[in-house]
Design a protein around this ligand. Structure first.
Ligand SMILES: NC(=O)c1ccc[n+]([C@@H]2O[C@H](COP(=O)([O-])OP(=O)(O)OC[C@H]3O[C@@H](n4cnc5c(N)ncnc54)[C@H](O)[C@@H]3O)[C@@H](O)[C@H]2O)c1
Length: 492
């Protein structure tokens, strides 16, 4: 795509480094005259040395009056890129007024101020114009410790829409570009730590952070006549991050979840999704090797290798040390197939210990803590379609899951008055380790598939979606429900 800005004059803020510096160079390459604005005189001078045609203006944009003064005689500007920005990362509860002021002064007020100055000039000259504000994916989704930054970028998007509305009739288009993490100096500040970057990368479908030129390309497009009908848009350059993470727009910021059976299959998917939704997760599993590999994949989880089917192991859990639990997912489970005539006491005990008694015991433990702290909670038990339909060779497993549903209803009744919701999710066959063990033989699986109206088994993602929903406030009136995720099997 050939983009040319011959005869146009562009103003770029925050032009001395990072994305802004690259925007300046590319605009010049495309034939524009560029006014580069920044508060850093040395860096601006080095830019001028590199690209001599650039005019430079040194001003601290966070000072409204100084900015007006500095740009008073800037001359005709056709294209504006409001790129200057600041990120300060602090958890809610520790954000001082000074941080909010610094962030809003530069990220929001400077955008409004410079836009007004340029728009007034354009309107007076009756000239068409294009303005691009550099926002962020942070305007669309919550990011840990980014509260003030996210709020400021939300404000940029909102201002942009109004500016598009008011300036459109003057043939001035106003849009934003909303990048994911770009490893400029600002990007490195927030995302150099692998423990933090890992889960974020995990959430970006393209599995990488952005390159400066990818943001600049989007900006050049929006500034150009190729985007002549694009106005009031927030263009995500985020590798698909927002499309995925705002799937249900659920955030568990500030919440801690405990997931049992977290190292494999359905539990692992639920753990990943909880982390994506900003929850802290204590991942419990009996299998230390699988837990180690989970920790390598998702460094932010707290792994706990424990056999929770042992009553005393649950008793000994120290929720003060581990941090309190707001969300509990009882997912650990085992299934041993046997003919009714060959059932052994050992297998009855093993299945009831994990599938049923563990849920009862851990619910007791977590609910007591929630009640003593007087905070609400949400508990989801992974039951099965086997709780409601008989399955050949799985009589004991069916009984353990029937007990889970019955316990779920009673727990919902007793814990509801304390603001603790308890529900179960009842999946059909999912091809995890457990699913494969029982259902890999097509001779066995074909009749089961024939009974599922959707004609297929489920995916771990589909179970996790239901669990995340039930854990969240989106399901705030759902309590004591057993939700089949079964393609219609139980409707049969
Ligand atoms: N896969 C299916 O077809 C299917 C269908 C319906 C319901 N479910 C239920 O979903 C849940 C998860 O099953 P999955 O398919 O992901 O199986 P999976 O075998 O992949 O995962 C089960 C996990 O539970 C852990 N675990 C077992 N005993 C434990 C104990 N005592 N303490 C701590 N952790 C323990 C295992 O190590 C494993 O990581 C189970 O409750 C199962 O009954 C599965």
């Amino acid at each position: 795509m050939e983009i040319a800005f011959h005869g146009k004059r562009a103003l770029v803020t925050g032009a001395s480094q990072g994305i802004g510096r690259e925007i300046v160079k590319q605009l010049v390459k495309c034939g524009a005259k560029v006014v580069a604005v920044s508060r850093n005189k040395n860096l601006l001078e080095s830019l001028k040395a590199e690209v001599p045609s650039v005019e430079i203006i040194v001003v601290d944009l966070s000072n409204w009056a100084e900015t007006e003064k500095a740009l008073k005689n800037v001359g005709p500007v056709d294209l504006l890129v409001n790129n200057a920005g600041l990120a300060i990362l602090e958890p809610i509860g520790q954000i001082p007024q000074e941080s909010v002021d610094r962030i809003f002064d530069i990220n929001v007020k400077a955008v409004i101020n410079v836009t007004q100055i340029v728009a007034k000039g354009l309107i007076a000259r009756k000239a068409p114009g294009a303005i691009v504000n550099i926002s962020s994916q942070a305007s669309k989704v919550g990011l840990q410790d980014h509260a003030a930054y996210c709020a400021s970028k939300g404000a940029v998007d909102a201002f942009t829409r109004v500016a598009a509305l008011e300036l459109g009739p003057h043939n001035i288009r106003v849009n934003t570009v909303n990048p994911t993490v770009i490893l400029t100096d600002m990007g490195k500040l927030g995302w150099s730590d692998a423990a933090k970057a890992g889960p974020m990368l995990e959430k970006i479908p393209l599995k990488r952070f952005g390159e400066v030129h990818e943001v600049v390309d989007a900006i050049l497009y929006l500034l150009s006549d190729k985007a002549s009908l694009v106005n009031g848009v927030s263009l995500l350059t985020d590798g698909g991050y927002v499309a995925v993470s705002s799937k249900m727009n659920i955030s568990f910021v500030g919440k801690q979840a405990l997931v049992t059976g977290a190292a494999s299959g359905i539990g692992k998917e639920i753990t990943q999704r909880l982390v994506q939704c900003n929850a802290k997760v204590i991942a419990v599993d009996i299998n230390p090797e699988l837990l180690n590999s989970l920790k390598r994949e998702i460094p932010t989880v707290t792994p706990l290798a424990l056999d929770l089917s042992k009553w005393e192991n649950v008793n000994n859990l120290n929720l003060l040390e581990l941090g309190h639990v707001d969300l509990l997912v009882n997912c650990a489970g085992v299934c041993f197939e046997e003919k009714i005539t060959e059932i052994t006491e050992r297998n009855v005990d093993r299945q009831f210990d994990v599938n049923t008694k563990l849920i009862i015991n851990l619910t007791r433990k977590v609910a007591s803590d929630l009640i003593s702290r007087n905070v609400p909670g949400s508990i989801v038990n992974i039951s099965s379609q086997a709780s409601m339909a008989g399955i050949v060779l799985q009589s004991v497993y069916c009984a353990t899951k029937g007990a889970v549903d019955a316990f779920t209803r009673a727990a919902a009744l007793e814990l509801g008055p304390y603001g603790i919701r308890v529900n179960s999710v009842n999946p059909t066959i999912i091809m995890t380790e457990m699913g494969r063990r029982a259902w890999s033989d097509p001779v066995k699986s074909a009749p089961m598939l024939a009974k599922i109206p959707l004609g297929r088994f489920g995916k771990v993602e589909e179970v996790a979606d239901a669990v995340i929903y039930l854990l969240s406030d989106r399901a705030s009136l759902i309590n004591g429900a057993c939700l089949p995720v079964d393609g219609g099997f139980l409707a049969n």
